[in-house]
Design a binder for this molecule. Structure first.
Ligand SMILES: Cc1ncc(COP(=O)(O)O)c(C=O)c1O
Length: 385
């Protein structure tokens, strides 16, 4: 199936949608049947037929089909956030007494899931430096059930050799889950590299307009059935049909957006790397990145998120740079039209999760604006610093 067809027409079920070019939002919480027998038939297929919107909704179903196809998976579930997708994907495959090996410095709420939530229910974890796949093997215990990957992670942009980690897992009968939010399914497909479960914050590139919070979990039909019948239905993380529809609207331009963001990021990264006020640029697309060769091997392209370390003597200087930027909004998240900045010194809070990062670090999301304007803005911000 060609990508343009997948992103626009595939799964959109025009015959049942009034032949509308844009599929309808089925904003209904429940569904009705002409007979008891018809209802019974739907109850037996609650995952794929409309009974109650906490389980299945036709608009959500259209997006699920596209997301599964994008990640080369048999099926996908859509969640009301990326964190919900990761939590359900992890919780479904472990129980008290089990052990998880997770890449160090994962997304902050993935870390909290392991450290604060699952620890209360008797699930152990070990964080490993994932730049060496062998660290996953070394951390295996008899009770290890799951490896969590996030390649690259979204702060320091360290990669894991996904195929190597997946092969170690397979040899030990361990399941793998990879957070693929950074790359989007267009630039990296972990399932093709041997991973079992792929998660996304669909809030980011997949939706792409900074107006929806949503998440995806993709994998085999059997794994998705298990998550659906347990965590998905009991915890209730279904997205609203309207958010699913917005996500479908966003997907139509996914290819244009991620490629433009990656093009812009390449220009911005090269500019920043050459600037005397920038000590380091963490972006796997640069030849200077220690894992550039691996990035070229397992990713089709490198997306538009990066971190820089400023040559700043104190937080006041970092603030002069950040406050002076006109085109990079100070905000968390990423993946929309607009470029963003996320200064580490603003988020070193009581959680203590960012204490290992230098105060001079600023994460930049390079959006899809005119790259010359973005570079000019960074140049004046650095001069002001
Ligand atoms: C890499 C990564 N994974 C997961 C998440 C969680 O997604 P959400 O915010 O949609 O719950 C985020 C959100 O920032 C993220 O950056």
């Amino acid at each position: 199936m060609d990508l343009s067809y997948l992103l626009t027409h595939f799964g959109e079920d025009r015959e049942h949608g009034f032949d509308a070019v844009v599929p309808p939002i089925v904003q209904s919480g429940n569904f009705t049947y002409p007979t008891v027998a018809a209802m019974r038939a739907v109850v037996q297929q609650e995952m794929d037929r409309p009974l109650y919107t906490r389980g299945f909704n036709p608009t959500v179903g259209m997006v699920r089909k596209k997301l599964a196809a994008l990640e080369h998976a048999e099926d996908a579930l859509l969640f009301s956030s990326g964190s919900a997708a990761i939590a359900a994907g992890v919780m479904s495959f472990v129980q008290a007494g089990d052990h998880i090996v997770c890449v160090q410095k994962p997304y902050s709420w993935t870390k909290k899931l392991l450290v604060e939530l699952l620890a209360r229910f008797g699930v152990e974890h070990t964080f490993v430096d994932g730049t060496d796949a062998e660290n996953y093997r070394r951390a295996i215990r008899p009770n290890t059930r799951l490896f969590i990957l996030e390649s690259p992670n979204s702060l320091t942009f360290e990669l894991q050799d996904i195929a190597a980690v997946a092969a170690i897992a397979k040899a030990h009968g361990i399941l793998t889950l990879c957070d693929n939010s950074f790359s989007s399914p267009l630039f990296q497909n972990p399932i093709d590299l041997g991973v079992d479960l792929v998660a996304h914050s669909a809030t980011k590139y997949l939706n792409g307009h900074s107006d929806v919070v949503a998440g995806v979990l993709a994998g085999s039909a059997a794994h998705m059935r298990q998550v659906m019948s347990r965590e998905f239905m009991t915890l209730g993380p279904a997205p609203s049909p309207h958010d699913a529809w917005l996500l479908m609207r966003g997907l139509r331009t996914l290819e244009l957006r991620v490629n433009r963001s990656a093009d812009n990021a390449a220009q911005v990264a090269r500019f920043l790397e050459a600037h005397p006020k920038v000590k380091r640029v963490h972006w796997p697309g640069l030849p200077s990145h220690p894992q550039h060769a691996l990035a070229l091997r397992q990713m089709k392209r490198v997306a538009g998120l990066m971190s820089i370390e400023l040559d700043a003597p104190d937080e006041a200087a970092v603030e002069r740079f950040c406050d002076g930027l006109q085109r990079f909004l100070i905000a968390v998240s990423w993946g929309g039209y607009e470029s963003l900045q996320w200064p580490v010194c603003a988020l070193k809070g009581p959680s203590g999760y960012y204490t290992e990062l230098p105060f001079t670090m600023v994460r930049l999301y390079v959006g899809i604006e005119d790259p010359a304007l973005l570079i000019a803005d960074l140049e004046q911000g650095l001069a002001r610093m």
